[in-house]
Unconditional design. Structure first.
Length: 95
């Protein structure tokens, strides 16, 4: 899947809104707010359950990495997530 399609699909899944559990949350991190070098995806199977998280890191902007974006979509599909929360703001990592 190319990068543009992957990004559009992530945005579309996020815009669907809250449809309950299972829930996927995606958060970007970086050295500053304009460069995301890390992404964390967490999966919550049901309300009150423990979340499971996985993170990926690169030296370039991870939002522009086709492999990572496609991997995020595969995780969402395999988890059969009903709700996807995409936090587009890049949180600054503490040094």
């Amino acid at each position: 899947m190319n990068l543009d399609k992957a990004q559009k699909r992530l945005t579309k899944l996020h815009k669907r809104g809250d449809h309950g559990y299972p829930l996927i949350q995606i958060q970007y991190f970086g050295a500053n707010t304009s460069l995301a070098t890390k992404v964390e995806i967490s999966f919550t199977p049901e309300q009150g359950a423990q979340s499971f998280a996985e993170s990926f890191t690169t030296t370039t902007d991870i939002r522009l990495d086709e492999t990572i974006q496609t991997t995020l979509l595969k995780i969402i599909d395999r988890a059969e997530a009903k709700t996807v929360v995409l936090r587009e703001q890049v949180l600054v990592l503490a040094k």
